[in-house]
Design a protein around this ligand. Structure first.
Ligand code: ZN
Length: 1019
C-alpha cells in the first residue's frame, strides 16, 4: 500500500502547482477553491449588476436610489435604499432545473427594520425561498424560509444580523441531505433537516416557467425594501461544504490565505470506502498474470489495462483491472533494454508486473486510410420490426421538426450587429452564449449551419422538409457572404479602410483592443478589419489572444475566439459539401486567409502560449477545418495554417518534440477535456493531409488513454473533483473515484460528441472493434440519453452521482451552450456510422445494429437492416442487388454468450471472438439474407479505483435504477458472484428489470432520478 500512497501524493502536488497561476474576479477556473462549473451566477456589484460567470444571467436594478458607492472593505459596492424602492432582479431562468443550490453574499444593513429581505426567489406568496436577516413582522429572528405550493413550509431561525457591519450570509439547500443550512460569517447559524423538497417545486423544470428572482425586495410585500449595501452575491449549483463557505468568507474578509485561488485538494464530499478492502470480484482474486510488452525507443509502452486472473470458489471473474504508473515524460524508454513496472489493483495486495522491452527499431508506420463513410443521404433510419419509431427516429424528429421552424435571422442577428447592419423584421437575438455581450456569440450559428446541412442531406424522405433546409442554407450563406465581402473594404468609395488583416487598428477613439460588445461599446468599423474577416464580433478578441489576454468577463479579457470561428467555418464547409454552395466555400477561404496572415507572423513561443491558455486558447478543431479546406482547395496555405494550430505541448511535450502524445506520454491529465478532444480530431485530419506519422500516433494514443483511463460508464470522459472543474480530465489517470465524480456533474455532452467523431475517424484507418464498441457505448448511453422526453432540450453535464437527474435545456432552440450546439449536430446525423465501406468499394462494414436502409450506390446494392435491437438480440440484413464483396460485421465486446450467423436461413460456422469483426465474403445475390444473433447478458463495469462502485449493463444497454427521491449514498445492490442474473427479474423485450424491488430501465429512457453507479456486493 505504501506505493499507492506516494502515488496519490504525487497527484496533489501536481495540481497545487498547476492552478496557482489562475486569478480571481473574472469567472475563471477556480475561485476560492470552487470550480467555475459549479457557479450559476456571480454579481460582484462593483459598478454594475453583470453576472461575472459565463452564464450571462445579468441582473437589473429596479426602482430608484440604487447607487454604487465606495466602501472601506470592498471598494465599490451596491447600495440599495428603501426610500427609492430599489432592488435587483435576476433572470428567472437562472435556477431552472438545478438539483441543489447555495447562495452566498455580503450584506451591510443600515436599518434594523424587520421585514427586509436579502433575497426572495420563487413565483408567488405560496412558492418562494427567502432570507429575512432582521426577521419579519411576526418573528424577530433572522429567518431562512421555503414555502411550496403543496403547503410545505420549512424555516430556520438564528440571531438577527448586526446592523452597520458587513456580514457574510450563505444558504445551502442540499437536496440529497434534505437540509437547508444558513451560515453567518463562515459559521453555521441554523439548519432545517428532513426536508421533503425538490427544487423544481420552487423553480420548475423547464424554461417556460416564470420565476421571479429578487435581491432586496419581497415577492409579496410591496412595502419591504432593503436598506443595505451589497457585495459579491453568488449562486452555486452545488451544496457548498462548510470548508468551502469558510474559504469564501475568510478570503474576502482578508482573514484567509491571500492566495485565494489555490486548489487545496478535493473539498467536494463523496462517500469514502476502505482502500484496502478487496471489493467485487477482487474479493475472490487469487493471482494475476504478469505481462510482457515491447515498445520502440522513445515511446512509452501501451500496457494492457486488463490482465488474466485466477479466482477462487469457482467464481467466473473477469480479467482484472490493473492501474499502471503513468509517467509524465518518456525518460524510462530513452535507451534500448528491459525494465519492469509494477501495477496496483484496487483493494488488493497483488502487484502485477509488466516487463517492458525497449527496442531500437524503425519508426512505427501507422495505417493508411482504408475506409470511407457513406454520405448522410445514403443511409436512412427505419422503424423497428413492429413498425414503431426507434429512439433514434424520435430524437431525430424532435430536432428536425424544431429546426425547421427556426428563423435564420435569429442566427444571423449578432453577425449583422457586429457589422452595424439593420436587423430585418422579426429577427430576435439568441440568448445564453449568443447574447449581446457574450464573447462567444456566433458559436450557435456555426452549429446551426452544420445542423441544417446535415438535416438537408438526411431528409430525402420528405421533400418539403428538404426544400426548407435548402432555403435556410442559401439564405444564411448569402447573408454571411455579403458581410464577409464588406470586411476590409471602404464603406463608401474614397473613405479610408484597412485591407491587411495584420494591420487592423484599435477601434476609433481607443488606443488598445478590447472585448466590449455592449450596445454602447461595440466597434462596427468593418472597413478596418482586413479582407475576408467574418465573425459575430469584431477582430479584437483574436488580436488580444495574441497579445496574451486571458479568459474572463472583463473588457481586457476574452472567451475563446478561435473556438467560435471553428464552428462557423465547419458549418460553412459542411454546407458546401452537401450543396456545392460556392459562396460558402469562398467565405471559409477568405477567413482562412485572414487567419493565416496573422498567425504565420507569430513566433512559435507565442503560439504555444496561446494554445495552452485555459479556455482563451480553446480553438475547437481549427486544425481540422483548415486541413479540410486544404483538401478541398488544394491550396497549401490552408495546410500551413492548420499546422500553426498544432498544440505542441500536448502533441510533442515541448518545442523540441521530446515526447508528448506522439510518444504515448499522457500530457492531458487535468486539462479541460473538450478544449483538447477536437484538437486530436484535427491531428488525425492532419495525418490524412500532411502524412506525418506523428499526428496519427497523437490521435491513436490519446484515444486509447482516454477510453481506458478517463471514461465513465456512459462513455463520457470529463468530470473532475480534482481539479475542481467538472469539465476537466481528472488530475491523474485511472482515478475516477478518487478524483472524478465532481458535484458539479460529469460527462460534458459535447466532449462525448467529439470523442465519437474521433472514434469514427480512427476506425477508417484501423478497423479495431474496440473503437466501434466505444462508439456504440457513447451513442446509446450518452448521446441518445441526452435528449428530453418530449422536446429537443438536451443535457450539458450528465451527473452520475447517486440519485442524480438529467438537466435539459434549449428545447426551443433560442439559446445555446456548447453542448446545445453539438446536440443539433448529433441528432441530425444519427445514421452516419452504422455502415462504412472500403475505399475500393469491395467491402462493407456493419458497425451498429439499427433498423436502417443503406443505398450503396457505387455498388448498385441496397442493404436493409430490420431489427428491434436493442429490444431484441438479433438483426437481419437483406441484400437487394448483387455483387461480390465482403461484409464485415462487428462482434461486440459484450457478446460473450456467442454470436450466431445464418445466411439465407442456414447456420454458418464462424469464429466470432467478442470484440472483433468477422468477414462474410461471397457473391451476393438479390434477396440474400444474413441473420445475426448475439444473446445479451448482464455484466458489471466497476470504476477502476473503486471496484464496488459499478454500472450494470444488459448487452450494450446501460441500466439505471429509477430513484424516487434524492440520495446521499450509492444504491446498494447484492448479486450472486457466480451468476448476477439470478437476482434480476424482468422483461428483456421492454428492457425493464427489477432488482430488490427497484425498477431498472435503459439510461436513455430515464428522465427522473437515477442511479447509474451502484454499490455492489457479491454474495
Ligand atoms: Zn459542452
Amino acid at each position: 500500500m505504501k506505493s499507492y500512497k506516494s502515488f496519490i501524493f504525487g497527484i496533489l502536488s501536481f495540481w497545487t502547482f498547476g492552478t496557482t497561476t489562475l486569478f480571481a474576479q473574472s469567472g475563471d477556473q477556480i475561485l476560492d477553491g470552487i470550480g467555475e462549473t459549479d457557479l450559476i451566477a456571480r454579481y460582484v456589484f462593483d459598478g454594475d449588476t453583470k453576472d461575472w460567470s459565463r452564464n450571462n444571467w445579468h441582473g437589473k436594478i429596479q426602482g430608484t436610489g440604487a447607487k454604487f458607492e465606495n466602501d472601506m472593505l470592498f471598494g465599490k459596492v451596491l447600495s440599495l435604499s428603501s426610500n427609492g424602492k430599489a432592488y435587483v432582479t435576476l433572470p428567472g431562468e437562472a435556477l431552472i432545473g438545478e438539483e441543489s443550490i447555495s447562495i452566498s453574499g455580503w450584506i451591510y444593513l443600515r436599518s434594523g427594520q424587520p421585514g427586509q429581505l436579502f433575497f426572495d426567489f420563487g413565483k408567488t406568496a405560496k412558492s418562494r425561498f427567502f432570507v429575512a436577516p432582521m426577521g419579519t413582522k411576526e418573528q424577530n429572528n433572522q429567518q431562512t424560509v421555503i414555502t411550496t405550493e403543496s403547503g410545505n413550509n420549512y424555516s430556520s431561525k438564528s440571531a438577527v444580523l448586526e446592523v452597520d457591519k458587513w456580514n457574510h450570509v450563505v444558504v445551502v439547500i442540499a437536496i440529497s441531505d434534505k437540509t437547508m443550512s444558513t451560515y453567518v460569517n463562515g459559521v453555521l447559524a441554523s439548519v432545517t433537516k428532513n426536508m421533503d423538497l425538490e427544487l423544481k417545486q420552487l423553480f420548475g423544470k423547464n424554461s417556460t416557467n416564470k420565476n421571479k428572482l429578487y435581491i432586496g425586495k419581497s415577492l409579496v410585500d410591496e412595502n419591504s425594501y432593503l436598506n443595505a449595501k451589497l457585495h459579491d452575491f453568488r449562486i452555486y449549483r452545488t451544496p457548498l461544504s462548510e470548508k468551502q463557505i469558510s474559504m469564501i468568507y475568510k478570503n474576502a474578509s482578508g482573514k484567509g490565505n491571500s492566495d485565494v485561488n489555490e486548489e487545496k485538494g478535493v473539498v467536494d464530499v463523496l462517500q469514502v470506502f476502505s482502500k484496502t478492502n478487496p471489493q467485487l470480484y477482487n474479493e475472490y482474486l487469487v493471482s494475476v498474470s504478469d505481462v510482457e510488452v515491447q515498445t520502440e525507443l522513445g515511446n512509452l509502452p501501451r500496457i494492457p489495462s486488463y490482465v488474466k486472473a485466477v479466482y477462487k470458489d469457482g467464481v467466473p471473474g473477469p480479467d482484472v483491472r490493473v492501474i499502471w504508473p503513468s509517467p509524465k515524460d518518456n525518460s524510462d524508454v530513452l535507451k534500448a533494454g528491459n525494465y519492469t513496472v509494477t501495477g496496483t489493483i484496487a483493494g488488493s495486495d497483488l502487484k502485477p508486473k509488466a516487463i517492458i522491452t525497449v527496442v531500437n527499431s524503425k519508426e512505427i508506420t501507422p495505417p493508411n486510410k482504408k475506409l470511407e463513410v457513406f454520405n448522410l443521404d445514403q443511409v436512412s433510419l427505419d422503424t423497428d420490426l413492429h413498425g414503431h419509431n426507434t429512439k433514434f427516429i424520435e430524437n431525430r424528429d424532435k430536432f428536425i421538426n424544431t429546426l425547421v421552424k427556426t428563423n435564420p435571422d435569429d442566427f444571423l442577428f449578432m453577425f449583422r450587429n457586429a457589422f452595424g447592419q439593420e436587423q430585418p423584421k422579426g429577427a430576435n437575438p439568441l440568448g445564453v452564449w449568443d447574447s449581446q455581450e457574450t464573447k462567444l456569440r456566433g458559436h450557435a450559428t456555426g452549429h446551426y449551419l452544420t445542423a441544417i446541412a446535415q438535416a438537408y442531406a438526411s431528409t430525402a424522405y420528405d421533400k418539403k422538409l428538404q426544400a426548407n433546409f435548402a432555403n435556410k442554407m442559401e439564405y444564411m450563406v448569402n447573408t454571411l457572404y455579403q458581410l464577409a465581402q464588406m470586411s476590409g473594404h471602404p464603406k463608401t468609395t474614397g473613405e479610408s479602410y484597412v485591407s491587411d488583416p495584420t494591420a487592423v487598428p484599435p477601434a476609433q477613439g481607443k488606443t488598445t483592443y478590447d472585448s466590449d460588445l455592449s450596445d454602447e461599446g461595440i466597434r462596427t468599423d468593418y472597413w478596418n478589419w482586413g479582407e475576408g474577416f467574418i465573425s459575430a464580433y469584431p477582430p479584437d478578441q483574436f488580436i488580444m489572444l495574441e497579445k496574451g489576454a486571458n479568459y474572463g468577463g472583463q473588457k481586457t479579457q476574452i472567451w475563446a475566439p478561435y473556438y467560435t470561428l471553428h464552428k462557423i467555418l465547419t458549418g460553412l464547409i459542411d454546407v458546401y459539401e452537401v450543396s456545392g454552395n460556392k459562396k460558402a466555400l469562398e467565405i471559409a477561404k477568405g477567413m482562412g486567409t485572414w487567419v493565416n496572415a496573422r498567425l504565420s507572423k507569430l513566433p512559435t513561443e507565442t503560439l504555444v502560449s496561446m494554445w495552452n491558455r485555459y479556455i482563451a486558447g480553446e480553438f475547437g478543431g481549427m486544425n481540422e477545418v483548415m486541413a479540410r479546406l486544404y483538401r478541398i482547395t488544394n491550396d497549401k496555405k490552408y495546410l500551413e495554417v492548420a499546422q500553426l494550430f498544432d498544440n505542441i505541448k500536448l502533441f510533442y511535450g515541448d518545442v523540441q518534440h521530446s515526447h508528448g502524445l506522439a510518444k504515448n506520454v499522457d500530457t492531458f491529465r487535468g486539462l479541460h477535456a473538450n478544449q483538447h478532444i477536437p484538437q486530436i480530431v484535427g491531428a488525425l485530419e492532419m495525418y490524412r493531409n500532411a502524412n506525418d506519422p506523428a499526428y496519427y500516433h497523437v490521435a491513436d494514443n490519446f484515444w486509447y488513454k482516454v477510453t481506458n483511463e478517463y471514461e465513465y460508464s456512459i462513455g463520457g470522459v470529463a468530470g473532475a473533483r480534482n481539479p475542481a472543474n467538472a469539465e476537466c480530465f481528472i488530475a491523474q489517470p485511472s482515478t475516477i473515484y478518487e478524483n472524478g465524480l465532481s458535484a458539479g456533474g460529469q460527462n460534458e455532452t459535447c466532449a462525448t460528441y467529439n470523442m465519437l467523431k474521433l472514434t469514427g475517424d480512427l476506425f477508417l484507418y484501423d478497423q479495431r472493434a474496440e473503437l466501434m464498441d466505444y462508439y456504440e457505448r457513447g451513442l446509446y448511453n450518452h448521446i441518445l440519453a441526452s435528449v428530453a422526453e418530449d422536446s429537443p432540450a438536451n443535457t450539458y453535464h450528465v451527473s452520475l452521482r447517486a440519485g442524480a437527474t438529467k438537466h435539459f435545456s434549449n428545447g426551443d432552440m433560442s439559446g445555446f451552450t456548447c453542448c446545445n450546439g453539438t446536440a443539433l449536430e448529433s441528432s441530425t446525423k444519427l445514421q452516419n456510422s452504422i455502415y462504412f465501406k472500403s475505399k475500393d468499394n469491395n467491402a462493407l462494414y456493419v458497425n451498429l445494429f439499427m433498423p436502417s436502409t443503406l443505398k450503396w450506390t457505387e455498388k448498385k446494392v441496397i442493404v436493409e437492416q430490420t431489427t428491434s435491437f436493442p429490444n431484441a438480440d438479433k438483426t437481419l440484413l437483406t441484400i437487394k442487388g448483387k455483387g461480390k464483396f465482403d461484409i464485415n460485421v462487428r462482434v461486440p465486446h459484450w457478446a460473450t454468450k456467442g454470436f450466431f450467423v445464418k445466411i439465407n436461413g442456414k447456420e454458418e460456422t464462424v469464429k466470432a471472438q467478442p470484440g472483433s469483426y468477422i468477414t462474410l465474403s461471397r457473391k451476393w445475390n438479390n434477396g440474400d439474407t444474413i441473420e445475426l444473433r448475439m444473446p445479451f447478458e448482464f455484466h458489471l463495469e466497476p470504476i477502476m479505483d473503486q471496484q464496488n462502485i459499478a454500472s450494470l449493463f444488459y448487452g450494450p444497454v446501460l441500466l439505471a435504477a429509477q430513484e424516487t427521491e434524492p440520495r446521499k449514498d450509492w444504491r446498494k445492490v447484492t448479486f450472486d458472484p457466480k451468476d448476477i442474473s439470478k437476482s434480476i427479474q424482468g422483461n428483456p423485450e421492454k428492457l425493464e428489470f427489477v432488482i430488490d424491488g427497484v425498477v431498472f430501465k435503459p439510461f436513455y429512457n430515464t428522465y427522473n432520478r437515477h442511479s447509474v453507479y451502484l454499490d455492489v456486493t457479491l454474495k
